[in-house]
Write a protein that binds this ligand. Sequence first.
Ligand code: PLP
Length: 387
Amino acid sequence: MKPLADSLRRLGTETAFETLARAKALEAQGKEIIHMEIGEPDFDTPNYIKQAAKDALDQSYTHYTPAAGIVPVRQTIADYVAETRAIPVEAENVVVVPGGKPIMFYTIMMLVNPGDEVIYPNPGFPIYESMINYVGGVAVPLPLREAREFSFDLDEFRSLVTPKTKLIIINTPSNPCGSVMSKADVEGVAEMALKHDCYVLSDEIYSRILYEGKHYSIAQVPGMQERTIILDGFSKTYAMTGWRLGYGVMNTDLAFWVTRLMTNSNSCTSAFTQMAGAAALKGDQSGVDEMVAEFRRRRDVLVEGLNQIPGIRCLKPRGAFYVFPNVTGLKRSTKEIADLLLHEAGVATLSGTAFGAYGEGYLRLSYATSLANVRKALERMRRVLTA
Ligand code: PLP
């Protein structure tokens, strides 16, 4: 048969799904695995959101919707983003898509020509690098440094911006590091984006999972809103990963093209899911606060426990639900350590390299699992790693 498209060779992946499959295969053989590899809340979607989906089905929200989403749903999202970011947003700025991820895909497809440079966080969500390479862009890693609590050096960032820089990707709070960008860093990025006429993709999917302070979006910096695409969604905040619901907020010219890409790929996002999303934003938000409080308890236990294992050093993250411990003291490659933990301790984790070259020397553990599991995982890790 004739060969597949050359571009496929440039496409990366998300190792979390592969590790999950390996962990499931071990479970099928009767092994008990503690899942700390996958980035999804272990909580159930709140009942009022499920009820809204059921009501929407009964009201026959079972057909195609406009490609950019149901207008009142876009309006509800616009009001929410306007309130949480203190910026003016209208329904026409919002494109509803199946999950947060498609906004990465569409933004990079829409903006990046072969040879255009894109600055992205490394370690960072692997799909940024994958998609930049896929479209033939030049992926320019912005290292996140442990010595700076996994933020970047602003001077180093400035040195990476060139006349070819088309897009800058930021992610705060960060997956995999759990770090939160300071206001000064956000403003530093904005200054360069304005000076060099760059777009910014601001991945704010964890903006509600914060342990201190208030989320500050780069779209709030004067002059930045028109060149920023905000990525957000429902997966993490409302434990709705399987519903596939997210959105982008952008200027109307960009919204036109993202909508065109939606028309060419998905046609639209599921109708009743959109209705449930609107209900999620309008309903009682106490479930989100309770979830964050529980994540905080687990984070504190996990960080303390990891720091007690010889050879491991772990910073306390300020957001999201991941820790990114330094394991260089264990004197083995991180892939080896992750394999050992999976097979010998029954704890599924990810090597930091799943998030880019700057992840070598680190592991990523998700604490979206019960406190009892966190404690058990710590015991097993200590046993295997100190044997
Ligand atoms: N952005 C970041 C940083 C993420 O970690 C994830 C999911 O893990 C996403 C976006 C995608 O979220 P969704 O499941 O809504 O597509």
